[in-house]
Design a protein around this ligand. Structure first.
Ligand code: GP9
Ligand code: MN
Length: 641
C-alpha cells in the first residue's frame, strides 16, 4: 500500500479518484441537474473522470518531485473552480460564465452575503487537498529516484481523451447537437461536467469577442441604409391606435397552422383558437400566411426575432452565444418611449436558452420562471409546468404588474415529445402509429383549453378588454422525420415544397377598439412582428435597425426569408435551392427577378448576421431619446414572502 502511495502513478491515481468522487458528490448535492434517465445518471458519474485524468495528467509531465506539487496545484485549482460554482449556484441557481464574472452586478449584491452562502460542511470539500498534501509530505514518495517512462504521462492523457470521447458520444446520443445548439448551461454540466463546461464557455466567449473586436462603427452604416430603405410606412388608420394599451403576447409552443380547423375523429382539435379565427365579434385578425423563421435556437430564435426584428443565427442560439450584445429590443423601446413595464412568464428553469442573462439586455423587468410557480410533480410534464396551472398561477403576477405592461406568456406543454397525463387528454390520439404525431393533437387540445381558461381569467380580471392580445406559434412541432405519419394526417404527399408550406405558424392579433379583419392572406413572418407592434403603439419603426416591416402597411413586401436562404412569396417558393410555383407545387425555372430576390434575401441575412456577430448596435443611436440599456439595472430574483 505504502509503495503504491509513494509511487508517482499511485499518488496521481489517488488525486484522480479524489477529485472524481468529490465532483460527483457535489453534482448530486449542490446542483439541481434534472437527471431524467439512466444514461444521464451514468454520465454524471462518469464525466469528472476524463477531466481528472487529462488535467491532473498534465502535472505528470513535470520532472521529479515537482510533478507532485503540480498535481496538487491542479487538483486545488479544479477544486476551487468547482467550489466557486457551488457558491455562485447557491445564490443564482446557475453556473459561472466568463461574462458573469465581469458583470459586477452578479457579485455586487453577493458581496455581503458570500458568508451566508458558505456552509460548514463545505470544509469537507477541501479535505482531500489537505490529505493529498499530507500524503505527499509525509509518505515521502521515492520520486526523486523513480524514473517514469515518457510514455506514461502520454498514456494517461490518451486514456483521458478516450474517456472524454466516450462521454461526448453518449451525451450526443441522448441529446443530439448538444454543443452546436447551445441549449442550457445545465445540460453541459450534466452531460460533460463542470470543468468541460468552463472550457466550452471560454471558447464560446473567445470566438464571440473576436467577432466583436473585428467590427467597427462603419459597419453599421451599410445596415442602416438597407433597413431604412426597406422600411414600410405605417398604415395611417392604425398608427398609434394601441398607444398606452397593455400588450399580452402569447407564445404557442410548437404550434403549426395546419392545426387550425383541423378535425380529428370528427372533432375540432383546437376549437377555442378556431373560434378566434372565425368569430368576427371577437375582433381578431388572423394572418394565415405567417411563417416561423427559426433555426437551431428554436424557441429562443422565435423570441429573438420577435423582440428585435433581427434574424437568429445560422448555428446555435443567439440567445446564448450573443447574450452579452447590445440590443435595442422591443421591451426597452416601449419602456423608454412610453413607460411600459415588461415581464416574461415561463414555467421552465430560468437559465434555459440563457434567458436570465439576455433578458437583461432586452430591458425585461420581470422574469417569472420555474421558481415562481408550484412545480410539484402533478403540475409538471416534459420540460416544465403544465400550461393550465401556468396560466392560472400567472394571473396574480400579471395583475400586479404596473400598467401599461408588455407581458410575454410562454407555454410549454405542447412540446416534443408531446407527453400528456391521462386526465389532461380530452381528445383521443391520432392513429398513425407514430407516437409524437399521434400525441401532438392531444397536447394541442390541452394548450387550446388552457388558452380558453386564460382568456376567461383575463376577462374576469378586467384586463382583457383593454389589452392588445397577440398570439403566435414559435416553430414547427413535427419535423420531416415524421413525414410518413404526416402524409396520413394530411392525406397528401409531403414533398420538400409541401414541407416548406407547413412552416406556417399562427399569428393573430386583437387591438382594443379596432375591428378585426378576420383572416388575411398577406404573407409575413416573425421578423415583421416588432415593427408592426411599434406602429400600433405610435412609435415609428424607422429609427431602429429592423429587418422586418409593418404587416399592416401598404408597402409591406410579401417575401418571407428563411434562415437557410430559402424564401416564400405568394406566387413562388425557393426550397433547398429549387424554385416552385405555389399554385401547382411544380418545379420551375427561376426568372431573373426570382434570382434577384434570392440574392436580396441572402444579402439581408448576411447584414443581420453582421449586426449580431459584430455586436453592431453598440455603435448605433436610434434617436435622441434612446438610452443604452444598462444590464446591471436588472436582476431576476424570487421575492421571499
Ligand atoms: C424551454 C422551452 C422549449 O424553456 O422554451 O424550448 P424549445 O425546445 O422549443 O426551443
Ligand atoms: Mn419552442
Amino acid at each position: 500500500m505504502k509503495r503504491i502511495m509513494s509511487s508517482k502513478i499511485g499518488f496521481f491515481m489517488i488525486a484522480v479518484v479524489a477529485i472524481w468522487l468529490k465532483s460527483y458528490l457535489i453534482y448530486l448535492n449542490e446542483f439541481d441537474l434534472d437527471i431524467q434517465n439512466s444514461i444521464q445518471q451514468f454520465l454524471l458519474f462518469f464525466n469528472p473522470m476524463s477531466s481528472a485524468l487529462i488535467f491532473l495528467g498534465l502535472g505528470l509531465f513535470a520532472k521529479g518531485r515537482r510533478a507532485g506539487w503540480f498535481v496538487i496545484g491542479i487538483h486545488a485549482a479544479m477544486s476551487f473552480l468547482l467550489y466557486a460554482n457551488v457558491v455562485f449556484y447557491r445564490f443564482n441557481t446557475d453556473f459561472i460564465t466568463l461574462p458573469t464574472l465581469t458583470q459586477t452586478s452578479n457579485f455586487g449584491s453577493l458581496g455581503g452575503s458570500i458568508a451566508s452562502l458558505v456552509e460548514w460542511h463545505d470544509l469537507f470539500y477541501g479535505l482531500d487537498i489537505v490529505l493529498l498534501v499530507a500524503l505527499f509530505l509525509f509518505i515521502k514518495p521515492t520520486w526523486s529516484t523513480e524514473r517514469l517512462q515518457k510514455r506514461q504521462p502520454m498514456l494517461v492523457m490518451m486514456v483521458g481523451m478516450l474517456a472524454f470521447m466516450v462521454n461526448l458520444t453518449m451525451a450526443e446520443a441522448d441529446r443530439p447537437q448538444l454543443l452546436e445548439r447551445t441549449f442550457d448551461r445545465n445540460y453541459i454540466v450534466k452531460y460533460l461536467g463542470a470543468y468541460n463546461f468552463t472550457i466550452y464557455d471560454a471558447l464560446q466567449n473567445i470566438k464571440s469577442s473576436t467577432q466583436r473586436v473585428l467590427a467597427d462603427s462603419n459597419d453599421i452604416t451599410e445596415v442602416e441604409n438597407y433597413t431604412k430603405n426597406k422600411y414600410a410606412e405605417p398604415n395611417e388608420e392604425l398608427f398609434g391606435v394601441g398607444e398606452g394599451k397593455n400588450v399580452i403576447k402569447i407564445h404557442l409552443e410548437s404550434f403549426q397552422s395546419f392545426l387550425i380547423d383541423y378535425e380529428l375523429h370528427g372533432e375540432e382539435v383546437t376549437p377555442f383558437l378556431n373560434s378566434l379565427v372565425h368569430d368576427q365579434s371577437q375582433n381578431y385578425t388572423y394572418f394565415e400566411n405567417f411563417f416561423h423563421q427559426t433555426e437551431q435556437g428554436k424557441t429562443a430564435d422565435a423570441e429573438f426575432i420577435l423582440d428585435n426584428s433581427l434574424y437568429g443565427l445560422p448555428q446555435g442560439a443567439a440567445f446564448v452565444t450573443k447574450g452579452n450584445n447590445t440590443y435595442q429590443a422591443l421591451p426597452a423601446i416601449m419602456k423608454q418611449q412610453q413607460n411600459y413595464t415588461s415581464g416574461v412568464f415561463h414555467g421552465d428553469n430560468k437559465s434555459f436558452w440563457n434567458r436570465d442573462e439576455i433578458y437583461k439586455a432586452f430591458a425585461i423587468d420581470e422574469f417569472y420562471e420555474e421558481a415562481h410557480y408550484d412545480m410539484s410533480e402533478e403540475q409538471v410534464i416534459g420540460y416544465g409546468l403544465k400550461d393550465k396551472p401556468f396560466f392560472k398561477e400567472s394571473m396574480p403576477y400579471l395583475e400586479s404588474m404596473s400598467q401599461p405592461f408588455y407581458a410575454h406568456m410562454m407555454t410549454l406543454t405542447h412540446h416534443h415529445p408531446y407527453l400528456i397525463d391521462e386526465e389532461d387528454a380530452t381528445i383521443a390520439p391520432a392513429e398513425t402509429g407514430d407516437g409524437s404525431v399521434d400525441r401532438y393533437f392531444q397536447t394541442a387540445r390541452y394548450l387550446d383549453e388552457s388558452l380558453e381558461q386564460f382568456f376567461n381569467d383575463l376577462k374576469e380580471s378586467g384586463l382583457y378588454e383593454d389589452s392588445i392580445i397577440m398570439i403566435y406559434g414559435d416553430h414547427y412541432g413535427i419535423s420531416q422525420n415524421h413525414n410518413r405519419a404526416m402524409e396520413e394526417i394530411l392525406g397528401e404527399e409531403i414533398t420538400p415544397f409541401k414541407n416548406a408550406q407547413l412552416q406556417r405558424v399562427p399569428f393573430m392579433i386583437k387591438i382594443p377598439g379596432v375591428e378585426g379583419q378576420g383572416t388575411v392572406q398577406k404573407y409575413s413572418g416573425q421578423i415583421d412582428v416588432m415593427p408592426t407592434l411599434l406602429h400600433l403603439l405610435g412609435i415609428d419603426a424607422q429609427d431602429y435597425i429592423q429587418f422586418g416591416t409593418d404587416m399592416f402597411s401598404e408597402d409591406h413586401q410579401e417575401v418571407v426569408p428563411f434562415r437557410s436562404g430559402d424564401f416564400i412569396t405568394p406566387e413562388y417558393s425557393k426550397v433547398s435551392g429549387t424554385y416552385y410555383d405555389n399554385a401547382t407545387g411544380e418545379e420551375i425555372e427561376p426568372t431573373e427577378e426570382m434570382e434577384k430576390m434570392s440574392e436580396n434575401v441572402a444579402h439581408e441575412l448576411e447584414l443581420s448576421d453582421k449586426v449580431v456577430y459584430g455586436d453592431l448596435l453598440r455603435f448605433y443611436t436610434p434617436n435622441e431619446k434612446w438610452e443604452p440599456v444598462d444590464t446591471s439595472d436588472y436582476r431576476y430574483e424570487v421575492e421571499e414572502d
